[in-house]
Design a protein around this ligand. Structure first.
Ligand SMILES: Cc1cc2nc3c(=O)[nH]c(=O)nc-3n(C[C@H](O)[C@H](O)[C@H](O)COP(=O)(O)OP(=O)(O)OC[C@H]3O[C@@H](n4cnc5c(N)ncnc54)[C@H](O)[C@@H]3O)c2cc1C
Length: 280
């Protein structure tokens, strides 16, 4: 079957896999690892490939990040011995309600479960993704960094049969330039989309297969995050601070986070629900 939308260009080459995964974030890599672990346990052949649009796994990952290690322990009970980059355990949680002039701390015992971080770690999710990619490669997962899945491929029954990477080196008018390279087709029995939130292909699939029918709509927030190297005298490794209240009014969802990571660094950020009414 011809899966191509542009017939004026030379045909694309195709590679066959059992499973193609789009996105080398924690979800895509954990999927690849678990599938290969099961195949090795059962002595079965299973070819798995992961496409990542970033220059390397982890390059496009943005997160806080406090990590609950439960899922990692299920995947690799010996993650510590394997050198997983979970080095800074959370030592203390603080939750502050801010007003214009100060802050009131809430006693730990009164905080909802989601603000209890006992047993969690402050990590760089980019580093965790790079480490997961190494573990995946050791299990013979083929990772293709620097390639974005640009198009979903469908078979004659309308089922997903893989993805294609985009053509490269095309002029603005759509004609091939001197560095033109045709995209590749990756065909698979199963294609897993792990693009993260608001994935470009995920949105097409949601619309085509009406995956959102009868479901709650997605809710979105906007966030900013910086990584600061701070004065060692003010750094308390493992301290997690969340704050709510000022400058947001009571009707606006959001708040701040400060995570004291290893090496004198602090992840500092602010998130606001996108249904805010007051743009200031
Ligand atoms: C500011 C911020 C703070 C956060 N803090 C925390 C926290 O403290 N604790 C916590 O547990 N979670 C936190 N999160 C959420 C957490 O980061 C996400 O839940 C997690 O990253 C989701 O993992 P994922 O693998 O589904 O997607 P992502 O991490 O988004 O990974 C998707 C990957 O797919 C790649 N990709 C996307 N489209 C394509 C394509 N078409 N072709 C090829 N590759 C593609 C991307 O480059 C990326 O590498 C935070 C998120 C943000 C933004």
């Amino acid at each position: 079957m011809n899966t191509e939308s542009n017939t004026a260009l030379p045909p694309r080459e195709a590679m066959e896999f059992d499973v193609v995964i789009v996105g080398a974030g924690p979800a895509g890599l954990a999927t690849a690892i678990r599938l290969r672990q099961l195949a090795v346990e059962k002595g079965q052949e299973l070819s798995v490939c992961v496409l990542e649009k970033g220059s390397e796994p982890g390059a496009h990952i943005l997160s806080g990040a406090i990590m609950d290690p439960r899922a990692l322990t299920e995947l690799f009970p010996d993650w510590k011995e394997r050198g997983a980059p979970l080095k800074q355990a959370v030592t203390r949680d603080e939750f502050l309600f801010l007003d214009e002039t100060g802050a009131k701390a809430t006693p730990h015992a009164l905080l909802p479960e989601c603000f209890h971080n006992d047993g969690n770690y402050i990590v760089s999710l980019g580093e965790v993704s790079r480490w997961l990619a190494q573990q995946a490669e050791a299990l013979e997962v083929a990772i293709f960094p620097g390639f974005a899945a640009a198009e979903v491929l469908y078979d004659e029954t309308g089922a997903v049969m893989g993805v294609a990477t985009g053509d490269m080196g095309i002029h603005k008018d759509g004609t091939p330039g001197p560095n033109f390279e045709r995209g590749m087709e990756l065909h698979a029995k199963y294609t897993v989309f792990a693009e993260g939130s608001r994935g470009h292909l995920g949105r097409q699939l949601i619309s085509r297969f009406k995956l959102d029918e009868g479901r709650d709509p997605q809710s979105y927030g906007i966030g900013i995050k910086e990584l600061w190297q701070i004065d060692p005298a003010k750094h308390e490794p493992g301290l997690v601070v969340h704050a709510a209240g000022w400058p947001l009014d009571n009707d606006t969802y959001g708040g701040a986070f400060l995570y004291h990571a290893e090496g004198g660094k602090v992840s500092i950020g602010y998130v606001v629900g996108l249904d805010y009414k007051n743009p200031c």
